[in-house]
Design a protein around this ligand. Structure first.
Ligand SMILES: *[C@@H]1O[C@H](CO)[C@@H](O)[C@H](O)[C@H]1NC(C)=O
Length: 250
C-alpha cells in the first residue's frame, strides 16, 4: 500500500515538473519566441533575427538574403534556402521564390504531379498515353493523399478526326482536295488521310492525250484535204481528157 502511494506521489511530482517546464517553454506570447528563458518578439515573414532582444531593446530583424525565405513569423537566425524545381523530377518553376514564400514548382509539359508539398509539386511522372484512336481528355494533376490513381482519362476521337493516343485533342483529317492533292487512303480514328500528288500524273496524261488527239485530228484533216484535192484533180482530168481524146480522135 505504501509503495503504491509513493509511486503515485513520484508520478504526480514528475507530471507537475514536466507541466511547469512545458509552461516555461510555452510561456511566450503567440508572436514571441523563447531564447534562454526570455521572450523576444518574432520577426515577420521574409525576415530573420539579427540580434535577439535584450531588456532594453526589441528583436533586431533583417530581410532574408537572396534565394532564401521565411514564410512565417519566426525567431530564426537564418532563412530557409529556396526550393529548386528539379528538372530531374520533371519540374519547372510556377512561382519564383520570394523572401516570404518558397518556390512553387509544377510539372513540365506531358508530366503530372504525384507528390505535392504545401501546394508545390515535388515529383512528377509522365502521363500514361491513350490508345490510338483516342485522345487524352483529362489528366489528374494534383494528388493530396493516396498513391494509386488513374492519371489519364481517355476518350474516342469523333468522326473525321484522329489521334495516335498521345494528343490532348484529336486532329481533323487532312482534306486532300483543299491542298490540291488526291486522296489515296481515307483517314481513320488513328491515322490521317493519305494524299498524293496525282495532279502531276494527270497533267502529263492530259497533255499527252491532247497532243495525240491533236496529231490524229491534224492528220485526218490533212488526209481529207489531200483526198479532196486528189478527187478534184482526177475529176478535172476526167473532164479534160475526153476533150483531148476527142481532139485526138477528130
Ligand atoms: C471507343 O471506340 C472503341 C473502338 O472503336 C469502342 O469499342 C468503344 O465502345 C468506344 N467507346 C465509346 C465510349 O464510345
Amino acid at each position: 500500500m505504501d509503495m503504491l502511494l509513493l509511486r503515485t506521489n513520484i508520478l504526480t511530482v514528475a507530471i507537475t515538473i514536466a507541466a511547469n517546464l512545458g509552461l516555461c517553454f510555452c510561456g511566450c506570447a503567440r508572436a514571441e519566441y523563447d531564447i534562454d528563458g526570455e521572450c523576444c518578439p518574432m520577426c515577420a515573414p521574409g525576415n530573420h533575427v539579427y540580434w535577439h532582444c535584450t531588456v532594453d531593446t526589441s528583436t533586431t530583424c533583417v530581410p532574408c538574403p537572396a534565394s532564401t525565405y521565411t514564410d512565417e513569423p519566426n525567431g530564426l537566425l537564418s532563412c530557409f534556402p529556396c526550393t529548386v524545381c528539379d528538372a530531374v523530377h520533371q519540374l519547372k518553376v510556377q512561382k519564383a521564390c520570394t523572401r516570404s514564400a518558397d518556390t512553387i514548382c509544377e510539372p513540365q509539359e506531358g508530366f503530372h504531379c504525384v507528390k505535392l508539398n504545401k501546394g508545390s509539386c515535388t515529383l512528377a511522372v509522365e502521363h500514361s498515353e491513350c490508345k490510338p484512336g483516342q485522345y487524352i481528355k483529362q489528366t489528374v494533376s494534383l494528388l493530396f493523399t493516396g498513391t494509386s490513381f488513374s492519371d489519364t482519362v481517355c476518350a474516342n476521337c469523333t468522326y473525321g478526326t484522329y489521334s495516335d493516343g498521345s494528343l490532348m485533342a484529336c486532329l481533323p483529317h487532312s482534306k486532300c482536295e483543299t491542298m490540291g492533292l488526291t486522296e489515296v487512303n481515307a483517314g481513320t480514328a488513328s491515322s490521317d488521310t493519305k494524299c498524293e500528288k496525282v495532279i502531276l500524273v494527270g497533267v502529263i496524261v492530259g497533255v499527252t492525250t491532247a497532243v495525240f488527239v491533236a496529231v490524229v485530228v491534224a492528220f485526218m484533216v490533212a488526209y481529207n484535204i489531200y483526198k479532196n484535192r486528189k478527187a478534184r484533180g482526177s475529176n478535172e482530168s476526167v473532164c479534160y481528157r475526153p476533150q483531148q481524146a476527142t481532139d485526138e480522135d477528130s
